[in-house]
Design a protein around this ligand. Structure first.
Ligand code: NAP
Ligand code: MG
Length: 412
């Protein structure tokens, strides 16, 4: 066997929870360590360690990504009340992904992994559609008010107090008006120009990096100030800083009404980046994942405006499978998105450090993974979807060993 590949800069490795933690160790043992002299700085974001450090470890991991530029993360539990009891938590820690995203001010790009024998529900989709979700504000940072009980019949206004003390009052709805229903709900939300601009820049940079067109849709016909602001900021960032580069790359930026964008997405062949407002991205990424086949085949990368990258699988810790694993039962959990998180991070590290061998290895690892599935060897989730005539379902570890065999064959 040829000499192991050496790395130059440290990669930030962030371990996680449950079934994905088990897979994490196997991916390293079978697919990475035999070929690469891994140079990583390890952060354990398993819930026990987050509890022990009172979640300081999550912040340290995010700071390390800022420092080194590239990280790879395993899925982690976001605690709820059940988990707080299970792990004897002293605090209900925030979602690690939320914390890391906030510290990096990043945008998340999610793309499906396409492979032979798994046909998307939309048969015209030949290439991946990458969803970029704006991860700040709107309904996720809203204030909601229930107008009932003593508040029934209220007159609800939006009040803007300017710096000189002048007040601007805008009527939202008068629940006390004659003939008006006296109860209901109201909501106030916001976004900031800075955050929208960061989002626009991240999308344009990512589309250029990956040589894809960028699409963006909002509802500016109805939301003439709020959504219009998104459209205008995107347009001005594009005109000012990206138009020439897009033209050189032969790619386009395209804005349309969200309804029209959705209709075009369905009719498209894929192969573009779709920038979505926060809520649109939340719901549309689930639609895209399902339509391409399986949530277990979605990759996710968080990109900061400063150009730091964090790669991960889009799915969670697969708790139900982990329970079986702990009981000694056979599991057939799909490790493809976790493998691609590693290959994505190693490829990026290789690009930034000018290490052609590391980039080539990352691509070979992806090829070996896809070849395994094309050869008809797959986990249960894909087995039920695959149109291949010859196929067999294997357990979690066997799938990784089968990938390792093919990787050996190509690498040696
Ligand atoms: P999940 O772990 O994604 O799993 C939901 C279901 O999807 C599984 O039960 C399984 O279905 C299927 N599935 C997901 N990934 C799979 C894979 N790799 N292989 C095969 N099947 C897969 O979501 P969840 O159960 O809602 O969440 C579990 C934990 O993960 C929670 O504590 C949550 O906080 C955390 N989470 C973390 C992240 C992250 O760190 N990025 C993201 C989401 C959720 P079947 O049971 O039908 O086989
Ligand atoms: Mg969602």
């Amino acid at each position: 066997m040829t000499e192991k590949i050496t790395m130059k800069t440290t990669l930030v490795e962030i371990d996680g929870d449950e079934m994905t933690r088990v897979i994490w160790a196997w991916v390293k043992r079978y697919l990475l360590e035999p070929f690469v002299d891994l140079r990583t700085e390890y952060y354990d974001l398993g819930l026990a360690e987050r509890e022990r450090t009172r979640d300081r470890v999550t912040i340290e991991a995010a700071e390390a990504i800022k420092q080194y530029g590239v990280g790879v993360k395993c899925a982690t539990i976001t605690p709820n009340e059940e988990r707080a009891v299970e792990y004897k938590l002293t605090e209900m820690y925030k979602s690690p992904n939320g914390t890391i995203r906030a510290l990096l001010d990043g945008t998340v790009f999610r793309a499906p992994i396409l492979c032979e024998g798994i046909v998307p529900y939309i048969p015209t989709w030949k290439r991946p559609i990458t969803i970029a979700r704006h991860a700040y504000g709107d309904v996720y940072k809203d204030i909601e008010l229930s107008i009932d009980g003593p508040a029934a019949g209220s007159c609800v206004e939006l009040v803007c107090t300017q710096t000189d003390g002048t007040e601007d009052n805008l009527l939202i709805f008068d629940f006390g008006a004659p003939d008006a229903p006296s109860t209901g709900v109201v909501e106030g939300m916001h976004n900031t120009d800075t955050s929208i601009e960061s989002f626009a820049r991240a999308c344009m940079k990512y589309a250029l990096d990956t040589k894809q067109d960028l699409w963006f849709g909002a509802k500016d016909t109805i939301s003439k100030i709020y959504d219009r602001r998104f459209r205008d900021i995107f347009q001005s960032v594009y005109e000012k800083d990206y138009k020439a580069a897009f033209e050189d790359a032969g790619t386009t930026y395209f804005y349309s009404l969200i309804d029209d964008v959705i209709a075009r997405v369905i009719r498209s062949e894929g192969g573009f980046v779709w920038a979505c407002k926060n809520y649109d991205g939340d719901v549309m990424s689930d639609m895209i994942a399902t339509a391409y086949g399986s949530l277990a085949m979605m990759t996710s990368v968080l990109v900061s405006p400063q150009g730091a990258y964090e790669y991960e699988a889009a799915h969670g810790t697969v708790q139900q499978h982990y329970k079986k694993y702990l009981n000694g039962e056979t599991t057939s959990t799909n490790s493809v998105a976790t493998i691609f998180a590693w290959s994505g991070a190693l490829k990026k590290r290789g690009e930034l450090d000018g290490l052609a061998r590391l980039c080539a290895f990352a691509e070979t690892l992806e090829l070996a993974t896809l070849k395994t599935i094309a050869d008809g060897v797959m986990t249960g989730d894909l087995y039920t979807l695959s149109t291949l005539a010859q196929k067999k379902q294997v357990d979690t570890e066997t799938f990784l060993l089968e990938v390792a065999k093919r990787l050996q064959d190509i690498e040696c």
